[in-house]
Design a binder for this molecule. Structure first.
Ligand code: PMP
Length: 409
């Protein structure tokens, strides 16, 4: 089927939107074969504007943790919508959600809510600086924390001064972290770490215990804040926060994406020590107190915990991983699947230009399976064994094309 509607929308967009699209959905970032525009979704199925159906392994870049249109989340959101969303002040949902988050996130003594992951990360950094009276923030090379000047990985539109107090280290490398901390002596406000290493286009790595322990110790010795950016990994690795998997508790964490199953919400959690500083920083937004997203978050957290959503995603992700591994091995194709099974990335060997990766994805797409060749992918609790098996038929054929085109055998 031709992508007629998609093409027409892209052309209209070119006239009224700079470059036709911005940010991570910029058409230049996805291959030509990929649709830009979507019409609807349900569970783990997604339909583009031209009516083509996909089994989705991107989950809207993470938020859809229970699946699109989850009935329990939608009911909670709809009930709240009937009462209203934003008013001159918050609703009871705010206090209920803060209580639920404090009861779920292991290190949390308090919570504050925003809209996007960038809001939450920026708030964490402000609180750390206010609490310590210091400036320097350690950030891992290649890590993404948002798209405002202090952390935007792309220089356009910002100044070197915006990032003057960021100091780089390598994730999972305790020695590089210690060396970076050493350069900040007396001025270290925070160490920023992602829930796990999930840089785009790179093999993913879970945090190593020695690295996590070193980060905690360096912060304790320096009186700095350990901040876990759990925007991407939150509620997919561990309900209590991703670093529970290595037994290390941060001082501040940022969540977003999966917290409200697609409704716009972000959250900062903190320990007692940072409560006073959190109260002093002025952070806000017109829509940060919206009750509909909070009602959705309450339903999402309740259901995810209740059904053991993380275990479901892990099992489905492992089924996909095992299937693809067997298919690749059978054809002598060298690829590496990394990250936790519920948040995989699949990278082909000798594929610097990513032609193999995108060929694989484009061929799977033709067969109704939506994958990504560089970004973290996401399972949801709505994926079933039947969905995975159907997706594996697509990946098998796609790997066949890769083998043919790139001469593996
Ligand atoms: N941190 C991480 C780890 C992320 O993956 C993202 C979003 N991809 C952000 C922060 C920023 O979140 P948002 O796009 O919602 O502002």
């Amino acid at each position: 089927m031709e992508a007629e509607q998609d093409q027409a929308l892209k052309e209209r967009a070119q006239r009224v939107i700079p470059n036709g699209m911005w940010g991570h959905m910029d058409a230049a970032r996805i291959p030509v074969a990929y649709p830009q525009y979507f019409a609807r979704a349900r569970g783990c199925r997604l339909w583009d504007v031209d009516g083509r159906e996909y089994i989705d392994f991107l989950c809207a870049y993470g938020p859809m943790v229970l699946g699109y249109g989850d009935p329990d989340v939608e009911l909670a959101a709809e009930r709240q919508r009937r009462e209203g969303d934003i008013f001159n002040g918050p609703t009871v949902r705010l206090v209920e959600l803060a209580e639920a988050v404090v009861g779920t996130i292991a290190h949390a003594d308090w919570a504050m809510f925003q809209k996007n992951g960038t809001d939450a990360m920026t708030t964490c950094v402000s609180i750390a600086r206010e609490a310590t009276g210091r400036r320097k923030i350690l950030v891992a090379n290649g890590a993404y924390h948002g798209a405002v000047p202090w952390c935007n990985p792309y220089p356009a539109g910002s100044t070197p001064e915006d990032r003057a107090h960021l100091v780089r280290y390598d994730y999972n490398d305790a020695a590089s972290l210690a060396a970076a901390a050493e350069t900040c002596r007396g001025d270290l406000a925070a160490i920023l770490v992602s829930g796990f290493k999930h840089d785009v286009g790179k093999h993913h790595e879970l945090p190593m215990a020695d690295f996590a322990g070193a980060a905690r110790q360096l912060c304790d010795e320096a009186g700095a804040a350990l901040i876990v950016d759990d925007v991407r990994a939150g509620f997919r690795l561990h309900m209590g926060g991703s670093w529970e998997t290595v037994g290390i508790r941060p001082d501040l964490s940022a969540f977003s994406k999966a917290i409200a199953n697609g409704y716009p919400l972000a959250c900062v959690t903190g320990s007692e020590r940072f409560r006073a500083a959190a109260a002093r920083v002025f952070v806000t937004g017109s829509f940060w107190y919206g009750a509909v997203a909070m009602a959705a978050a309450l339903a999402t957290l309740d259901k995810l915990g209740g059904i053991g959503g993380i275990a479901i995603m892990e099992r489905m992700g492992q089924r996909l991983r095992d299937g693809i591994a067997a298919q690749a091995a059978g054809r002598g194709i060298r690829l590496r699947q990394s990250g936790p099974p519920q948040m995989p990335v699949i990278l082909f060997e000798d594929d610097d230009d990513r032609r193999k990766g995108w060929t694989f994805c484009a061929e799977a797409l033709k067969r109704g399976t939506y994958l990504h060749a560089a970004h973290t992918m996401f399972l949801s609790a709505a994926h079933t064994e039947a969905d995975i098996d159907r997706a594996l038929e697509a990946t098998d054929a796609a790997l066949g094309v890769v083998a043919e085109r790139f001469g593996w055998q």
